[in-house]
Design a protein around this ligand. Structure first.
Ligand code: CA
Ligand code: CA
Ligand code: CA
Length: 450
């Protein structure tokens, strides 16, 4: 078989035409394609003006990878993983092809594997591990294998508002040096420093609550990492690393996927009486980390509660869906819950006089006239919140509930639920009537002092 290559630079698209005894076969290769929010492996499309034998796609897959490598604009050789990651958020070798990258396989996931360098540089800003993206790449590799890899350095994100994740894509296995290397996770707070516990980023003056905010974006400013000071920088400096979280505590109830925020036995600030971390001015709790989807296909529990003790977690530091996260090697396990299950009622009780007022804040979860949780809400407001003088409530819907129309206030709720309150001020802002963002109301329970 012989052929010709037509390289179209700037489009990431490579077309090869092979012809011979089989007739003409057209092989199209894209270095990277996207389906939905997931990146998938290099695209290979084969068209032929003759009958193709069934083995041909198998023969062409490795060939396509080699061709994709050769088609790269620039090639760098024998880089360390630390050099690939660099000391900023984005790789200095972004979109370049690299080869002879040596590392030990520390973990495998459904779409790729993670490599740890055999030549660490002693600089805590440069992660010594990296994600190698390729669904079939690791099929014959196991944890503890020391391998030599080539591929393209890619910065991947599934949404323009997210931070990029550095990875090696379109990988080619250049060699397996040995097997059975010991793979030891880094214990966070012991083998690494403690995560910073107040500030997220050098942008926004270090305060995510500062006004004005969003002065720039990490992926645009690409600042040099300061893992001692800023949370995002700390987690980025461990990107791709296999880590252990000792004595984790759940900080929230999980989302519907079982993703759970935790903090380990490192130094935290803002710990509250229920074991959570309370956000305050200039403390947005970057020491919290979300535990994402387990690598082995198991599922995290969805019934976890704030303050629950969790069994030691080992997994890979990654980034997806807007958050740095640890992908555990297997599902997390809850070992103990807070008792009693409900916190006590507040001790802040209004005197009903003008010398002081009490405030409350309650998300009433899509409250509509047809909701069945009116009695629970009333019970919580009266018996747990002790009827604050002023209460901010979120997620109030209008008379027709989730229907998206001009309504921002429920006449029925005002007749049946709100009569407990002496004054109701609905939020008539631009989002007030949208089902995804039900309105906020400020209500006063008593006139005294307000
Ligand atoms: Ca990076
Ligand atoms: Ca380093
Ligand atoms: Ca904190």
């Amino acid at each position: 078989m012989f052929g010709s290559v037509d390289r179209r630079r700037g489009t990431g698209f490579l077309e090869c035409v092979f012809f011979g005894a089989l007739g003409r076969v057209y092989l199209y290769i894209c270095s990277c394609i996207y389906i939905g929010r997931e990146e998938v492996e290099p695209g290979i499309a084969i068209h032929s003006d003759s009958h193709l034998p069934s083995f041909l796609p198998n023969v062409m897959a490795p060939l396509s990878r080699l061709l994709a490598l050769s088609a790269s604009v620039a090639v760098s050789t024998a880089l360390t993983i630390a050099e690939i990651n660099g000391n900023k958020f984005l790789s200095p070798y972004r979109d370049q092809t690299v080869s002879n990258v040596t590392g030990v396989v520390t973990a495998k996931g459904p779409d790729g594997l993670w490599l740890r360098s055999t030549q660490p540089d002693g600089d805590e800003r440069t992660s010594e591990s990296v994600y190698v993206f390729g669904r079939t790449f690791g099929a014959n590799l196991t944890v503890g294998d020391t391998i030599v890899v080539g591929g393209r350095v890619a910065e991947y994100r599934s949404n323009k508002d997210y931070i990029y994740l550095t990875q090696i894509s379109t990988p080619v296995l250049q060699g397996r040096l040995s097997s059975g290397a010991a793979v030891k996770p880094l214990v966070i707070g012991k083998d690494t420093r403690d995560p910073p516990n107040e500030q997220y980023s050098s942008l926004d003056g270090g305060d995510v609550f500062a006004v004005p905010n969003n002065v720039s974006q990490i992926s645009v400013a690409n600042p040099e990492l300061q893992p001692k000071k800023f949370g995002l920088d700390f987690w980025e400096s461990l990107s791709g690393e296999l880590v252990t979280v000792k004595k984790p505590t759940a900080l929230t109830k999980p989302n519907s996927f079982g993703d759970t925020w935790v903090a380990g036995n490192w130094k935290v600030s803002g710990r509250n009486g229920r074991g959570g971390l309370t956000m305050t001015d200039k403390d947005a709790n970057p020491e919290a980390i979300i535990i994402g989807t387990p690598l082995d296909g198991t599922k995290n529990p969805t019934g976890t509660k704030m303050g629950d003790s969790v069994e030691e977690i080992t997994g890979i530091v990654s980034y997806a869906f807007g958050f740095y996260r640890i992908l555990p090697t297997t599902a997390i396990k809850i070992t103990k819950s807070q008792a009693p299950a409900l916190p006590p009622a507040t001790k802040l009780v209004s005197s009903g006089k003008c010398d002081g007022i009490t405030f409350g804040d309650y998300n009433v979860e899509n409250l509509a006239p047809t909701s069945d949780h009116h009695p629970d809400l009333a019970n919580h407001i009266v018996n747990y919140m002790k009827s604050p003088d002023l209460i901010f409530i979120q997620e109030v819907q209008d008379d027709n509930g989730p229907t998206n129309d001009a309504g921002t206030f429920s006449r029925k709720l005002s007749q049946h639920f709100f009569p407990f309150f002496s004054n109701v001020v609905p939020d008539n802002g631009p989002h007030a009537s949208r089902p995804a963002f039900p309105a906020s109301h400020i209500m006063t329970i008593r006139d005294a002092g307000v």
